[in-house]
Design a binder for this molecule. Structure first.
Ligand SMILES: [Zn+2]
Length: 208
């Protein structure tokens, strides 16, 4: 499994950018009855055109389709969950029906008014139907998302050493025999991740 952008964003994906954050200001703007709205996603704040990486092998089930201002979303059924990669550039590298490989570049972060980000939503796959629920029905409050939505935070925390720990440039790409595009991580990033994962597993197994 892989972190969905090539480096850990400098802005934390907890708190205001995190899962469950208050979005009542947006609710007022959208005139949602009851005025209650919570963030059913994590925001990974990165510049426009940052590549978005498939978190696992899977198949694109929907998209790209419009999602918010000038940006799009794509839905992928992975092995462990369904991921909706949102606020990406409308032109993507994959579309509905395409198989994807873990780490494959599926698209790029979009350019919208205000902050640019990958807004990531995860669903366990135990429910069926559309991922967004009717915002006029208060029964769907406060997330207005399908019932099987899950908090991506613990999964992302576990994946921190699958990508670089801070932004790096230039981003270089490689293509496999099928034309799938991947980020070519510098050797020092790969070496640092081996050490990072070792430290993490020690921390988890050795009682300090
Ligand atoms: Zn968001």
């Amino acid at each position: 499994m892989m972190f969905p952008v090539p480096y850990i964003p400098s802005e934390n994906y907890l708190g205001g950018r995190g899962f469950g954050a208050d979005r009542s200001a947006v609710a007022a703007l959208l005139k949602i009855p009851g005025g209650q709205l919570k963030h059913g996603a994590v925001d990974l704040i990165v510049p426009p055109n940052t590549p978005v990486l498939a978190m696992e092998d899977g198949v694109v089930t929907k998209g790209p389709y419009g999602f918010f201002l000038n940006v799009s979303a794509i839905e992928i059924k992975h092995t462990s969950f369904i991921a909706r990669y949102c606020e990406i550039h409308p032109t993507t590298e994959v579309r509905a029906g395409d198989p994807v490989k873990e780490g494959q570049v599926i698209g790029y972060v979009g350019n919208q008014p205000g902050a640019d980000m990958l807004h990531l939503e995860l669903f366990s796959g135990t429910a069926t139907g559309g991922l967004t629920l009717d915002s006029k029905n208060t029964k769907n409050a406060p997330y207005y998302r399908r019932k099987d939505m899950i908090d991506p935070t613990p999964i992302l925390d576990r994946l921190r050493f699958t990508v670089a720990q801070r932004a790096f440039r230039p981003l270089k790409y490689v293509k496999d025999a099928d034309g799938k595009i991947y980020v070519a991580f510098p050797p020092e990033v790969i070496a640092a991740n081996v050490l990072g994962n070792l430290a993490r597993s020690l921390r988890n197994t050795v009682p300090f």
